[in-house]
Design a binder for this molecule. Structure first.
Ligand code: AMP
Length: 286
């Protein structure tokens, strides 16, 4: 594996890689969730580029940018083992040599949930991902379903801006208790870690009731949120995966996502679960 920190070096090495090139953007502190994206990319592409960049533009002023876990040596060893060809590790001055004047601004998709709770977050994500796409010029890029609203924003950016890159979605990796793997889990105390799977339990309860044909989302959220304490709810909701607007009545025969965010102590967890709602006829039969 070659590792580069400068854009001119990246462009030089990238030009020599055989196509198709797969690309996995990350913020480092890598875990088995990241590894699953990299393994899929390795299996599908002749060349594989990974970036590690903690993007200041996507953190709010009161968020954890300076505390965000960094684990460069271990990350490198893992990436080497996974057969990555080229690792791009820019620092902030390489990524943002001057103050940006032009940004990518998702609008409708960033209105609710993560977008509402973290103003400016998706603008930071979409802008850095487009910059990375232009730097790496991959044929395919891999994103986790764990960050489902981010995935929707990236897919929409690629469609709206005619970016010639295939976006590949990868399933959420969890620990044995169901907690979605996340770099931020490193912040959890032992007690918080025991409580953290409650978010997934609440989402699954909501999903199972939607699958049983119950359509009143507000009532379902009320029941599910009782499972959360001592986690503190940030939001729970039901959306179409390509729209991310809160639904108050679940439509029949629809593929939906149950989405949620909650705090374990000061650590913010997010997660989601897919659900297929039954048709009207299926509900009448039961
Ligand atoms: P991050 O380093 O948190 O920015 O994540 C980099 C990529 O890994 C994103 O596309 C995430 O959605 C994905 N990812 C993070 N955690 C998981 C997980 N538990 N399962 C699958 N993908 C994940």
């Amino acid at each position: 594996m070659e590792a580069v920190t400068r854009l001119d070096e990246l462009r030089g090495k990238r030009a020599k890689l055989p196509d198709p090139v797969g690309f996995v953007p990350t913020m480092g502190a890598l875990h088995a969730g990241h590894a699953s994206l990299i393994e899929l990319a390795r299996a599908q592409c002749r060349s594989l580029v990974v970036s590690v960049f903690v993007n200041p533009l996507q953190f709010g002023p009161n968020e954890d940018f300076s505390a965000y876990p960094r684990n460069d040596d271990e990350d490198r060893r893992l990436l080497e083992r996974l057969g990555v060809d080229l690792l791009y590790l820019p620092d902030a001055s390489e990524m943002y040599p001057r103050q940006l004047d032009v940004f990518v601004e998702p609008t409708g998709l960033a209105q609710y949930f993560e977008g509402e709770k973290r103003p400016g977050h998706f603008r930071g994500v979409a802008t850095v991902v487009l910059k990375l796409f232009n730097m790496v010029q991959p044929q395919r890029a891999y994103f986790g379903e764990k960050d489902a609203q981010q995935l929707a924003v990236i897919r929409r950016m690629v469609a709206d801006l005619d970016i010639p890159i295939e976006i590949v979605a990868c399933p959420t990796q969890r620990d044995a208790e169901g907690l979605a793997l996340s770099s931020r889990n490193a912040y959890l105390t032992a007690q918080e870690r025991r409580n953290a799977p409650r978010l997934y339990e609440a989402l699954r309860l909501l999903a199972s009731q939607l699958e049983a044909g119950i359509r009143d989302v507000a009532a379902l959220v009320k029941t599910a949120e009782q499972l959360l304490p001592p986690l503190r709810e940030d939001y729970l909701g039901v959306v179409r995966p390509d729209e991310f607007r809160p639904l108050w009545t679940a439509p029949p025969s629809a593929e939906l996502l149950v989405v949620g965010a909650a705090y374990a102590g000061r650590t913010r967890l997010i997660d989601n679960v897919k659900v297929q709602t039954p048709s009207k006829q299926e509900v009448q039969k039961t």
